[in-house]
Write a protein that binds this ligand. Structure first.
Ligand SMILES: [Mn+2]
Length: 505
């Protein structure tokens, strides 16, 4: 961090052009926006660069480095990418440029010979939190540069940037990258969510308007509203659409960009649905899939920008590691992988390397390119390795209960205490309680598929809602046991407590 910030401070003081080279997902886009805006704010000459997902592919590529040299850049700072860029790191030296890598992806063996490799997984790193993501790393680097410039008296009478104002971007990237909302990530997101809710960035405010979003923003909104829209550009066209939206100050430009993203997101959804249908048909038509521990599908020309989401959908349906592969027009087979808790993809893939040209990723999500003609062998090896690395219980999705609860304790003060544990999301789930022997007083289906019930405990009545549990209405016993999270329900202006039902027997 010291070496990286000294080099960046020098570039700012000497007016050297700096390239910020980010990944094309939400984490990379928000990190690129954050670092670019910060460096500009402190007087840097900055060029943001995000490679094209389809034309250039993942990571740092040498052609892009040529392009950045031509544009006059003297220093390249990566965001959310670069840990495996061993060759580009050599190449950039031959061009006479310096490179600083900031990333959180796990290294495969050697690190690139860059000026600095800021990655919590760098063996020399003393950073305490391995779960920090790309935009969090970019934030920390900006903080280090700011502090160095400040100690040098660089700012003089000029205003010193308040980095806290960029925590909305950090919250977006952190939640969208599905890193655990614990430790430093929880701090970032706790402070970033209120900024998002205020819509203080023109692009964010416009996105919220287009998506009809008002009030308090939660991680769920990032996952289902902001994330897919910001990502839609990179998936189908160009990630710089999302980047420009996050960086613009012009309302008219923001409206145009947000409108484009809205349309691309709709298109993305339609493409994805078709691939989901094809994938399910492939899996269901092959009886041998029943005994397998994995779901592996291959399609001709499936859109590589959406196969990751399809892999997530297959995982939800079959609850086992899932690989969605697509044969591209040039004959290459690329794939996206998702895994269940306990089955670590880097560990699995390192045992399939004979059949893989390149791969990268995390415990629960990864991407790969197969060696030519290796599909069948890869599919078998992947299944065997997963089988060997797993136990039977891992393949059952379980509701983890935190505590039994006496219904008499379900009140506003309990809800206040639960609120203190927020923000909830990946790695920091809502607490789940159980109560047994509740008499069902009424039951019905609402919104076609949701179960709405009222149960009684002594003289106390409790309302509950079970999303997607409507089919249970016919077979409910007279007395039930519930696994649930109590929450505030506001309906027609009336405030009440309801139980969000996770399981009912
Ligand atoms: Mn990331």
């Amino acid at each position: 961090m010291r070496e990286a910030s000294v080099r960046i401070a020098k570039a700012i003081e000497d007016k050297e052009k700096i390239a910020v080279y980010g990944d094309y997902d939400v984490d990379g886009i928000t990190g690129t926006a954050l670092l670019t805006l910060f460096l500009k704010q402190v007087g840097g000459d900055v060029v943001p660069y995000i490679p094209h997902r389809i034309k250039e592919g993942y990571g740092v590529n040498c052609e892009a480095l040529d392009h950045l040299k031509e544009r006059g850049c003297k220093l390249v700072v990566t965001v959310d990418t670069g840990t495996t860029a061993l060759e580009p790191a050599e190449y950039v030296k031959s061009l006479g440029l310096d490179m600083i890598i900031t990333d959180h992806h796990r290294p495969h063996g050697n690190l690139p010979a860059a000026l600095a490799v800021l990655n919590p997984y760098n063996p020399t790193s003393e950073y305490p939190d391995l779960d920090i993501c790309g935009v969090g790393m970019a934030f920390n680097l900006a903080a280090a540069v700011r502090s160095l410039l400040k100690s040098k008296g660089y700012f003089g009478a000029r205003p010193i940037p308040n980095l806290k104002e960029s925590l909305d971007l950090v919250a977006l990237g952190t939640v969208a990258d599905v890193v655990p909302l614990l430790g430093v990530n929880r701090i970032f997101v706790t402070h970033g969510l209120p900024l998002l809710s205020q819509g203080r960035r023109v692009g964010i405010e416009t996105l919220m308007k287009y998506a009809n979003l008002k009030g308090e923003i939660t991680p769920t909104h990032i996952g289902f509203v902001f994330g897919p829209r910001i990502n839609a550009g990179g998936r189908l066209e160009d990630a710089t659409i999302g980047l420009k939206l996050l960086m613009t100050n012009e309302i008219s430009e923001a409206q145009e960009l947000a409108g484009t993203l809205e349309n691309l997101n709709r298109e993305r959804r339609a493409i994805q649905e078709r691939i989901v249908v094809d994938s399910l048909a492939q899996l269901e038509s092959d009886v041998s899939n029943k005994e397998k521990r994995v779901s592996v599908v291959l399609g001709e020309g499936w859109h590589p920008g959406v196969i990751g989401i399809v892999a997530s959908r297959l995982l939800e349906k079959y609850f086992r590691p899932s690989v969605v592969l697509t044969r591209l027009p040039d004959g290459k087979i690329k794939g996206s992988l998702r895994s269940i808790p306990g089955i670590d993809l880097p560990q699995i893939l390192s045992q399939c390397e004979e059949f893989i040209e390149e791969w990268g990723g995390h415990a629960s999500a990864a991407g790969l390119t197969l060696k030519p003609g290796s599909f069948e062998q890869f599919r078998n090896r992947f299944n065997d390795v997963v089988k060997a690395a797993s136990t039977e219980e891992m393949f059952t999705s379980v509701v983890e209960v935190d505590s039994d609860l006496d219904p008499a304790k379900i009140n506003e003060s309990l809800l206040k205490e639960i609120n203190l544990l927020k923000p909830f999301g990946f790695g920091n789930p809502e607490p789940i309680f159980t109560t047994k022997n509740l008499r069902v007083v009424s039951k019905r289906v609402v919104g076609e598929k949701h179960l709405k019930i009222t149960v009684r405990s002594g003289a106390q009545l409790l309302d509950g809602i079970g999303f997607h549990k409507g089919e249970k209405v016919e077979t409910l016993p007279r007395d039930v046991s519930l696994a649930y999270t109590p929450e505030v329900n506001i309906w027609n202006g009336r405030r009440s407590i309801q139980l969000k039902i996770k399981d009912i027997v």
